[in-house]
Design a protein around this ligand. Sequence first.
Ligand code: P6P
Length: 280
Amino acid sequence: MQKIIDAISAAAIRVKKLIEFGDTGYSEHINKTGDTQLKLDIASDLIIEEEFKKISSIKSIISEEKDEIKLLHVDGKYIVGYDPLDGSSLIDVNLAVGSIFGIYENGTEGSNIVGAVYVVYGPRTEMVVAKEDARLYRLNESGEFKEVKTIKLNQKGKLNATGATQKGWPTYHKKLIEEIFADGYRLRYSGGMVPDLHQILLKGGGLFSYPSTSDAPKGKLRLVFEVFPFAFVFEKAGGVAIDGKKRLLELKPSHIHDTSPCFFGSNEEIERVLNEYSKH
Ligand code: P6P
């Protein structure tokens, strides 16, 4: 698995340059999720694929920017699901974005994930690697990712990241969010899944929610290359990740682009979600 992590580091350094100086215009292509692809989406996907092709332990790759699974090495051990440039539409307003990777064995159900990595392209370029625990790395002046610390969530946090258009929230979800704010939590939401979750992880905890909505009953975030990787990271950091009722890592997607409502956070906040959602 270390060779995959090293390949992600090499790709991240190339994607970082792409973000800083690349063309933020739209291509004429639409991905499987129905998003019009930015030229940066396609270019970063190609960079990652290029780096992964060098790793013989990777059997196949599943990318948000590719319609189907792609075979790389028939005798490979791992499947890697990834979102090459999540939140890319935030680049033209100069907000932080990220790349997300789930490393799987023998399938891409939640129970098959054996590792997760994400990269945050912000004022600094940082990477979190989750295997037995969740560790933070930071890109230094020599172009190396150096370990900073092991991430541990508190029992309870202070931040509340509230995803999706509020007009589409179920009434009980709106009630839950209002009660959390009434308890003094601070709103921290940029619309970029990677920096929004990274902030909760590094600030010790809180809640990130992307619920089922009237216009997206199955939520918006993709299981294989967004939700499962972050669920793995949060659990390794001592947090919890659910779909409102059960552990996200118990879910079995029927298609590689399947989505799910998702809640990531500290124990106390997730307990509040379970209590409210169990009534509906
Ligand atoms: P909304 C970015 O497009 C993204 O896929 C995630 O990075 C982010 O968490 C979510 O969509 C934001 O969606 O509906 O809250 O704007």
